[in-house]
Structures are given as C-alpha cells and as structure tokens.
Design a protein around this ligand. Sequence first.
Ligand code: FAD
Length: 473
Amino acid sequence: PPVIVWFRRDLRTDDNAALSAAADSGQPVVTLYIREAADGTGPLGAAQDWWLHHSLTTLGTSLRALGTPLILRSGDAGKVLDDLIEETGAETVYWNRRHDPAGIEIDTDIKASLKGRGLAAKSFAGELLHDPTRLLTGEKKPYRVYTPFWRAFERDGEPHEPIDAPEKLVALHPAPKSEALDDWNLLPSKPDWATTFSDIWTPGEDAARERLETFVDGAINGYQAKRDHPSIDATSMLSPHLAMGEISPARVWHATRGLKAPTDDVIHFRKELVWREFCHHLHFHFPALAEKNWNDRFDAFPWEGSTKEFKAWTRGKTGYPIVDAGMRQLWQHGFMHNRVRMITASFLIKHLMIDWRRGEQWFRDTLVDADAASNAANWQWVAGSGADASPFFRIFNPILQGEKFDPDGTYVRRFVPELEKLDAAFIHKPFDAPESVLKKAGVVLGKTYPRPLVDHAKARERALGAYKTLKDG
Ligand code: FAD
C-alpha cells in the first residue's frame, strides 16, 4: 500500500527524515501539504503567505523531479489525512514533528486517531538541532538561561549528520487530486505590497543552499565584528529559509565544520543558531510564551501608547531615523536586521510604552522569517519580561545606537530616502540640525520628515517611572 508524507514546516527534500524513510519503504509515496486553519500549523502572517506560495512551487518542482507530484489540500489536517487515506488505501503517514504548542496538539491527536484505527504514524525530528527534551539541566529541568544551554551544546550538542535527499520516489497511479495553488490566494493583489520582496529573496530549498554556501565561503569571515552593522551584508539571511524548513539547522551547523574562517566567527554564528534553538526550547516548555509575560511581575505594567503612535511606528514615521529605517526595511523586504529589530522593539515598548504583544503581532504579520518561538522570545527579551532577558531599565538611546552601528548613516539613507542628503553628523538626529543644514539637504521637519514622536530623555524618564511602580508595587 502507498504511504503518505505530510509536509509541514519542512519544505525541503534534503535532510528530511520523514521523506527519506518513506522513500526507503519502497512503497509508492504520496506527498501532501495541508493548508490548515490559521490557529493550526498554517503560516503565521501575510508576508509568509507570499513566501509559502513560492516555496510550495519549488518544492512541487523538486518532488516531481524525484518522481511524484505534491498534493495540495486545505482544511482540518486530521480530516484531510482521513480523506486521502480512504482515497489511496495508504496505511502509514510520515511527518517531521513540530514543537510549537499548536503543532504538538495536532500531532498528538492525529497520531492517536491513526493508531486507534490500526494505521501507522511515523514522526521524525528535524525542525531543530535537538528535540527540546534532550538537553536539560543537571536536575532534568528545562534551561531558563542561555549561557548554560549553550555550554550543554558545547559538551554534547553535536547534531545528527544530515542526510541527502532521496534519489527517487515511487509514484502512485493515478495521482490523487490536488487543489490549485493559485486558488489559495496566498499572494497579495490589490495592492501588491510584496513587489520589493523578490529584490532580495528567492524562496525554496535550492536558494537556501545557495545562501548557505555563499555565506560560509564569504561573510562568515568577520561575522562576529560585522554582524551588528545593518548596512553591511554580514549575516547569513537564512532565517526565512529556516523558518519554513527549507533548510535544516543540522545542515547549516555542519556546513560550518572544517572552514578556514576564524574559529571565533564560526562559534559566534553557531551561538546564534543555538539562540534559535533556545527560543524553541523556551516555547516548548512554556507554551504561553507568545501570549503571556514569562515573568508575571510585568502583568501589572502600566502600558500606554495611542493607536496613532503605534501606526506611526509601523509606518516608519517616528522621527527617529534608525527606527524608521528599520520599520521601512521590514515593510519593503519582510525582514529587518537583528540590531535594528532590538532598537525598534525597544522604542515601541519603552519610548512609546506600548505592550510588546502588539509589536510581536506586527512582526509576525510582516516578517518573512516570522517564527512564534523566536519572535516572542526576542520581544520578551527586549521587554525585560522574558527568561534571561535584558533588564527593562537598559533603555536603548536610538540616536546613540544609530551613531554606533550606522555611523555614516548608509542604512538610514537606504530606507529613509528623504534624509539621503543630510550631513552624517545629523543623520541620526535631524531634529538637532541647524536650519541651514536641513535646508541644504532639502529636509523640512514636520513636512518631508516627521518631528520626533517623543523626546528621548522624557520618554526614558517616563518608562523608568512606570517600571518603578512595578518594582514598588
Ligand atoms: P544570522 O546572524 O545569520 O544568524 C543565523 C541564524 O540564527 C538565523 O537565521 C536565525 O535562525 C538564528 N538567530 C540569529 N539570531 C537569533 C535570535 N536573536 N533569536 C533566535 N534566533 C536567532 N528570528 C526569527 O527567525 N524569526 C522571528 O520571528 C524573529 N523575531 C525577532 C524579533 C525581535 C524583536 C528580535 C530582536 C529578533 C528577532 N529574531 C527573529 C532574531 C533575529 O533578528 C533573526 O533571526 C536574524 O536577524 C535573522 O537574520 P540572519 O538569518 O541573517 O541571522
């Protein structure tokens, strides 16, 4: 009888344990992707829908080259699988496990239902370097602090050896019916806000492998020193590929073995991969991570912030160039440099005193690499409410951050073109520039570029005051 391989956030043929095991069974293989309801394992937001469309197209091409088409169905995953089992007579379903709460719940229910009917469910690892229950503290508890988690990796964290894609898949004839990808309407139309995405992104596993190779041949040299500078292409840009499972973290990890690049750069890069792992570890052991403060002392935080201010932040119109450049990069490319994510998140939470969850949601809808675990854990890290978080009272000064990490304003000029001609001395603080300097650059504050939404010093005082009520209370 045929077997079914159910693709989820593992849109790849390489290092895909479920697909390889199904191929090894020697049975005809039916490959399936299910478009689930939003609260299930479906994609997270609109930017990722764009990505998903292109990723499924390329996965379909790869699978066809291996011998079998990708079947697309939408609806409740259990029901879709039941229908397909009935249509094909399949007796086994293979998949790679997910580790987010919604994914786990679906896995568990489906496994029980299949087994209850004498069918087999075979699930495999591959979303992470390790299952989140493998590396635990000496007391067999989950880690709450990153550094000991990283040390556990150094001691015992070498991930599995990645496996190559199967050479061939036996097809089932006739192939089950598939829905048409275009009917899913994953791409934005009126207006098509994603036109600029393809300037920098090519979804799919081939492009992911290419990015990885380019990175380990080049930018990994100097990664540690340059990764904080948003105007430099110094990082791997693998996050959306990892988020959609187009490349496995083990494949990425192993690609950094035996490089000529300096050891410190390789270690630093691996540490970032382990941050991803740590976020998933936290989310697995604290499923409410995306909705609740990890540290419930923050439940009493007196959030303020108007819809008007929130909107200005989303549009990149706060009057702080580094914040605005970041938010516009996010809109244009579905991506933002990590340093600038920290600055923009801090600005929303501390300068505007808007609940981190609103920012987390905005990122979730607009990032192509949106990932419930990494997004929520990082937002809580910035807010100070997370496990192993940056303390709340460390408030980023958006002017100094800009001057430190984008000293000549290259990044700001790229995304905030109305400041393009502004003297570097004022590129991160146009509000302090003499009228003559603004005039020369064609900048009219309040007209061509907004005045600051809040004054940094006052906003800082306000945030610290609010934090104090929390401590005292
Ligand atoms: P590289 O520097 O090349 O790092 C390699 C890989 O390590 C990344 O692809 C990513 O998978 C992982 N990684 C790096 N930094 C982190 C980190 N701080 N936390 C977790 N994993 C990390 N990352 C996401 O993948 N999805 C998100 O939704 C997300 N939301 C974020 C929200 C905020 C407020 C902040 C501050 C960070 C967020 N990050 C998120 C983490 C980080 O910004 C991105 O992973 C990184 O910028 C991706 O670029 P890169 O692939 O070039 O990273």
